[in-house]
Unconditional design. Structure first.
Length: 174
């Protein structure tokens, strides 16, 4: 099934390709979209979206959006038959170990200074409760340690777990 790549996912082709394998699809061209300001359906259609083959990669976008926009997009995706979505998110910075928090603070300050502040963070347990309400029956949530092993070949146990970034795949109900 083809993947619709939204915004920043194209910045890391290898990760996008690996995530394509995660959902069993092939990587299609990136579809830049003004997610807070434009129509998701129109933007996806312009990028080659076919509702009979729906899977979405939505990487590098969620932290910059409001929860309202995130949930609106997830409801749209869950409304497409046989859909799946892969997106990244980060846990709240205050839950990070101090040394890991330092890795987030500098980039967050840079993007905020450029007018693109991080607006949303999620607690994994909270997100796990919300996804079924939005229409997703199945999910696979990878934290930092799992991503390091799966996408970058790190040894199991070689990267400390704990609060940090995540990549999640969610599949629609029915």
């Amino acid at each position: 099934m083809p993947l619709i790549v939204v915004e920043a996912a194209h910045q890391n082709r290898r990760l996008g390709t690996e995530l394509g394998h995660l959902v069993g699809g092939e990587l299609k061209r990136p579809t830049p979209m003004p997610s807070e300001r434009g129509s998701l359906a129109d933007g996806l259609t312009a990028g080659g979206f076919r509702p009979d083959q729906p899977t979405f990669l939505w990487l590098g976008v969620v932290p910059y959006l409001t929860r309202k926009a995130i949930y609106s997009t997830l409801r749209f995706v869950a409304g497409v038959p046989a859909s799946e979505v892969v997106f990244d998110y980060c846990e709240p910075p205050e839950t990070f170990a101090p040394e890991r928090r330092a890795y987030l603070t500098a980039p967050a300050a840079r993007v905020a200074a450029a007018g693109e502040p991080f607006l949303s963070h999620f607690d994994p347990a909270e997100l796990a409760k919300e996804l079924p309400i939005l229409g997703f029956a199945e999910r696979q949530d990878l934290g930092l340690a799992e991503m390091a092993v799966r996408f970058f070949g790190a040894a199991t146990g070689g990267v400390a777990g704990g609060a940090g970034p995540h990549v999640i795949r969610a599949r629609r109900v029915g």
